[in-house]
Design a protein around this ligand. Sequence first.
Ligand SMILES: Nc1ncnc2c1ncn2[C@@H]1O[C@H](COP(=O)(O)OP(=O)(O)OP(=O)(O)O)[C@@H](O)[C@H]1O
Length: 330
Amino acid sequence: MTELLKLEDVRKYFGLRGAPWRQAQAVRAVDGVNLVVRKGETLGLVGESGSGKSTLARVATRLLDPTQGRVEIGGKDVTKIKGRRLRPIRRQIQMVFQDPQASLNPRQSVGTILSTPFRAQGIRPTRAQLVELLEQVGLAEQHLERYPHEFSGGQRQRIGIARALSVKPELLVCDEPVSALDVSVQAQVLNLLADLRDELGLSYVLVAHDLAVVRQVADRIAVMYLGTIVEEGPAAQVYEAPAHPYTKALLSAVPVPEPGAVRERIVLTGDVPTPIDPPSGCPFRTRCYKAEDVCATERPVLEPVHGNTERRAACYFPEPLISERTSSSV
Ligand SMILES: Nc1ncnc2c1ncn2[C@@H]1O[C@H](COP(=O)(O)OP(=O)(O)OP(=O)(O)O)[C@@H](O)[C@H]1O
């Protein structure tokens, strides 16, 4: 299948400017990520706050330059591309931001907001094109002249999605697209994203800290911890039988949908280490219930788990791939 996005050993360190003693304090927000998103799939990127999801999303869409590594979009190496030469890239990959309130200019009408990506491509959109965009996200022509404050949170996110769709991208990177919304509205926006995927053949990277949200829509899951991907695989398999101890701990806090089913609860002790000075070896080892000496000396890389090439985990002691979940009698 066509690879729409490919990241190879991507790193993003903040604070590398200035005197050498300052550089020693660099924040390793993304620290060696390899990831592929194929046409037609929805990849859920999950992890706790501060794990580097937003930074990775911004590097992948080339809103940020990587410190190191390679970014391929639509089979083309775009790592070093800058300025106007990024235009054709923007037609392939667009971003939807977390907070529609902050990402929409309050002084611009919806019509102006939706026109901006066209103009960045040197195109003057027709009114019919703008109306079509609004209709795609469940809004209507009469909304074109209105301003962001006249809309609800859910409607504003629809405008953010319409803006991202304007240049007909193949891949949308959605950074926590529903976390700023009321729970009742979250499902509507997620349904809209699913409908758009079916109608337009879109692919998504869906960034979320809420595993229940990702479960609804993702085909594949990648789990981030301290700037690295610690596990990836088909969503159903990862949810059913997490291989990495961190994924297992994260999921143990998520209610199981089937009535009567229970999951073993794992409470992680200790704080997330600082990305300025991550632990030696495995970044998760300081909080891991399975850590052994080897985990402190060598960093594990993503490898097939127990021979299953669909499932990869960066762990020397992955969990078995069969579910350990127990069902109590209903
Ligand atoms: N511009 C920046 N300068 C310095 N450090 C930054 C910058 N942006 C992010 N960071 C740091 O990089 C790390 C990863 O942040 P990032 O926002 O990517 O994580 P996240 O998983 O998206 O978390 P959240 O869900 O809270 O946004 C954090 O330690 C954060 O403080």
